[in-house]
Design a protein around this ligand. Structure first.
Ligand SMILES: [Fe+2]
Length: 206
């Protein structure tokens, strides 16, 4: 594993164990009556933006592992977990969902490419025209450039990768904490689940 040099080694105050709790990480418990998590997609978007700003300011050590996607859990409680992930060139997740969790990510630096499964044209307004060869169900691509945030509702199936020379860094939040994921393939234009896995507490999201 190779340590990045983007963080002063002497700055012990910036280590993740001093992680502070942004305001948006305090869920409104009254929302429990509305579902299994008090967090909304908007909350998770705001949270990942807050933490991304912390990362950008050098408050968290970022490492890069050329052999495997590197990640570190920055925060965990009963309601959500927050992960810092680095993506070396060509490192990618598989096509996956997030089990019973909703989520969001913000790109701190570098650029990521997301391929997400869409049922049809309702998402097409967010895609460049050249990326819409068909209007039916299928995988849609979108570039996630620095500062871009996206949210994942229940059932969101996507693959994320870094296709650029520059290492990408992103902050991800899940609520409830990620506990299961399913993986998918696309055969003849049909999305097919290939396997499902339980995620142990603290296990890095794949
Ligand atoms: Fe994901």
């Amino acid at each position: 594993m190779t340590a990045l040099v983007d963080h002063p080694a002497h700055d012990r105050t910036a280590r993740s164990d001093t992680f502070t709790r942004p305001r948006s990480r305090r869920p409104d418990l009254r929302r429990w009556q509305d579902g299994p998590t008090p967090a909304s997609l908007a909350d998770l978007l705001a949270l990942t933006r807050e933490v991304a700003a912390e990362v950008d300011a050098g408050r968290h050590t970022v490492e890069v592992d050329p052999a495997h996607r590197w990640s570190r859990r920055l925060h965990a409680d009963d309601h959500l977990d927050v992960w810092l992930i680095s993506w070396a060139t060509d490192q990618a997740a598989e096509l996956h969902d997030h089990g019973g969790s909703i989520g969001a990510l913000t790109v701190v630096r570098g650029s990521l490419t997301e391929w997400r499964w869409t049922a049809g044209s309702e998402d097409d307004s967010n895609c460049p025209a050249e990326e819409l060869p068909a209007r039916g169900p299928g995988l849609r691509r979108r570039a996630l450039d620095p500062g871009r945030s996206v949210a994942f509702g229940l059932g969101h199936v996507h693959d994320v990768s870094n296709r650029n020379v520059e290492t990408a860094v992103s902050v991800h939040a899940y609520s409830p904490p990620l506990s299961a994921m399913s993986y998918y393939g696309v055969e003849a234009g049909v999305l097919r689940r290939t396997r499902s896995e339980l995620i142990a507490p603290g296990q890095a999201p794949e």
